[in-house]
Design a protein around this ligand. Sequence first.
Ligand SMILES: Nc1ncnc2c1ncn2[C@@H]1O[C@H](COP(=O)(O)OP(=O)(O)OP(=O)(O)O)[C@@H](O)[C@H]1O
Ligand SMILES: [Mg+2]
Length: 352
Amino acid sequence: MEIRLENFSKSFGPVKVIEDMDLTIGDCEMVALLGPSGCGKTTTLYAVCGIHRVTSGRIWFGDKDVTDLPPQKKNVGVVFQSFALYPHLSVFENIAFPLRIRKDGSAEIERLVKEMAGVLHMEELLDRRPGQLSGGQQQRVALARALVRQPDVLLMDEPLANLDAGLRLEMRSEIRRIQRENGCTSILVTHDQVEAMSMCDRIALMNDGKIQQIGTPDEMYQQPRNRFVAGFIGNPPISFCDGVIQDHRFVTEGLDFDLPDRFEAASITAGQKVTIGVRPEYVRPEFAVPIEGEITFVESQGREVLYDLTLAGGKVFRSIQGGGPKFKIGENVRWGIDIGATFFFDERGNRI
Ligand SMILES: Nc1ncnc2c1ncn2[C@@H]1O[C@H](COP(=O)(O)OP(=O)(O)OP(=O)(O)O)[C@@H](O)[C@H]1O
Ligand SMILES: [Mg+2]
């Protein structure tokens, strides 16, 4: 079922949190709402769910206007940031709850709950109460409860936040598998770009209540629309460097190169301030445009090593290279950057 937000706005009193958001999530698609803390992800999810009243705009599930429908009138599965389990019910009954409301037969309930418990590795926990579970286990109960009735729409707010690293990795692919099998249209709220990139068909990256860009993980990484997107997506992050255009060259202290041919005189002008963004995999000894400086940071990550290359003027470029630490802190090196893979941003942060 397609989910569509049309001119969606939400204010709390005088405070505008979301302004005129348009967002369409295709049938069976899983889209991440990604962004820093406070940007309005949960607010958006609550509006889709029907917990918050929208201030203006419409929300559609398929061709049905659900703007004013409460959650219980929609077939939505929800996992919230603060997952409220029923403390007096066993894990089994917590998971079974939506099925009992739906008035499924007891044999069917038994079958579905056990199946879901198997998927989420909690068969042995079914008799416990939520208070007798760890945070991660509670989160899995909340997931099971959301998924058990095979909802049309699955809404998740940081569903993996309380899990340890191993379980998180496993649950990422489990959630994705269940979502694909059920074909439920899903929104995943997260501030973890790796989670968004690895689990979702597309990412809507938000900042300050606005969608900055929406696209596939590859599009977001390779074609960021602005500086915010380039800086948010990518780990280790991209390095930015301010400079000025002179004689069709980018110039800053310690770095000076001819602009690529694609910049016609019209799109970039002499004296214009420009910021470049270079991802760490494009700062390496083998690239053509020379960049000289001192190594000021080395961190081995096992398979790869991170370096900071600090130019004479103090600008810092991060580099990631394979094959063990070959360079030492304090060493002066002449490496290169790949200009073909370098982003250029104007003073307002828009990509040029
Ligand atoms: N009930 C409320 N009343 C007033 N302001 C609110 C309310 N709920 C949220 N806000 C404000 O709206 C903004 C967006 O909040 P929201 O919870 O949507 O952020 P978020 O992106 O989910 O952040 P996080 O990643 O920290 O969960 C915040 O500035 C928050 O303080
Ligand atoms: Mg939130």
